[in-house]
Design a protein around this ligand. Structure first.
Ligand code: SF4
Length: 381
């Protein structure tokens, strides 16, 4: 039997570490690019041989900054993927890019190699904020990168934006959203800043040197986003993701809708047959493992049916479609109301959840207080 599969390919290189970033990405290992690409291609071929029944319908090349690799290295990775896996004819193939790391030849080359979606990390169109958060590019470079991608034939383009940044005002956020919309992109992801442990911002916060907007202002920003983007025709289909004309990220939908995906590269995660795997974060250890003939993935956690149920619910609730009650019953052999009846009733009374004939999903208020709702879906063990 064939299995539809998403592939996540991790490229851990960045030109500079952004001050808020805790992703597995590094600015000081550029000398490993060729060795890493060789190991990655080996892992791709090994994994492809282990999954002969897989039909790949989405690929997401993320990082890090994949476009810091040369055109030749990126094409090598794409060629290995094509050699190792069966591709679905209508496959979505996305790549993450940062403004300042793309050029016309490279973009045309990616299009020619089958990449049909590009996601730019822009964060804000304010130059002074870009400096404050440790980005390498200017606002103008961000706009220019989008125009170059459009000229190269990309029609499916995402821009990542952020709110709650140090020094950011409501007017600055509105301006950034407007520029993104004026650029004509069909997808916008927008995230509130979280100060993560181990980042430059976390260190600054400990020293009392990080001035963040007040909670009230962050809430005003959130409310403004939730009116401005839908009013301009961007449908909120996931807590942080908005799309025009149903240009949803098909790959990311797999994460939220309990679909299998295989992670390739250092720090990449996989979810197949109700088991999660993760490759080592250590780039040198990853290269050594693959070169010694090992697939670098290790079982990260044995997932009990309790954990599977909780995750099924948290992830599905992030989307506008919510939890499909039929799929829950099919997977777990029990009605969702037999497991979560009281929780659902309480959250309905608080106007955080809605139930219809097929689904259980968040209200607009529930989307705002998503973490509070998700906590209620934790089961006592
Ligand atoms: S470019 Fe992206 S992955 Fe790289 S440091 Fe910045 S936020 Fe992290």
């Amino acid at each position: 039997m064939t299995m539809k599969l998403g592939l996540y390919v991790h490229i851990p290189f960045c030109l500079q570490k952004c001050f808020y970033c805790d992703f597995p990405s590094f600015a000081n290992i550029a000398d490993l690019k060729e060795a890493y690409t060789d190991a990655l291609c080996k892992e791709i071929l090994m994994q492809g041989a282990l999954l002969p029944c897989a039909v790949v319908d989405t690929i997401y090349i993320g990082g890090g900054t994949p476009t810091t690799l040369s055109d030749g290295l990126l094409r090598k990775i794409l060629a290995s993927l094509k050699q190792a896996f069966h591709f679905n004819e209508t496959m979505e193939c996305s790549i993450e890019a940062n403004p300042g790391t793309v050029n016309p030849q490279q973009l045309e080359s990616l299009r020619a190699a089958g990449v049909n979606r590009i996601s730019f990390g822009v964060q804000t169109f304010e130059d002074n904020l870009l400096v404050k958060i440790g980005r390498i590019h200017t606002a103008q470079a961000a706009s220019q990168s989008v125009l170059l991608a459009q000229a190269a034939g990309f029609t499916n383009i995402n821009l990542d934006l952020m709110y709650g940044l140090p020094g950011q005002t409501l007017a600055m956020l509105e301006k950034s959203m407007q520029i993104a919309m004026d650029l004509g992109v069909d997808h916008i992801s927008i995230y509130g800043l979280i100060v993560e442990e181990g980042t430059v911002f976390a260190a600054k916060e400990k020293q009392g040197q990080l001035e963040l907007p007040s909670e009230e202002l962050v809430e005003q920003m959130y409310d403004r986003i939730m009116s401005a983007l839908p009013n301009a025709g961007y449908e909120r289909y996931e807590i942080s993701n908005f799309a025009k004309a149903k240009c949803y990220s098909r790959h990311n939908l797999k994460y939220w809708q309990d679909q299998p995906y295989l992670g390739l590269g250092a720090a990449a995660h996989s979810y197949i047959n109700d088991r999660r795997y993760a490759n080592t974060h250590d780039v040198k250890a990853y290269i050594a493992a693959v070169n010694s003939g090992k697939v670098a993935a290790e079982v990260e956690e044995e997932m009990t049916s309790t954990v599977l149920m909780e995750e099924f619910c948290f992830l599905a609730l992030r989307t506008k479609w919510g939890i499909d009650c039929g799929k829950f019953a099919e997977k777990f052999g029990r009605s969702i109301f037999a497991v979560y009846g009281n929780v659902i009733k309480n959250l309905q009374e608080k106007k955080l959840l809605t139930v219809d004939a097929r689904s259980v999903y968040l209200t607009a208020l529930g989307m705002k207080y998503g973490n509070q709702v998700f906590a209620e879906f934790l089961l006592d063990t």
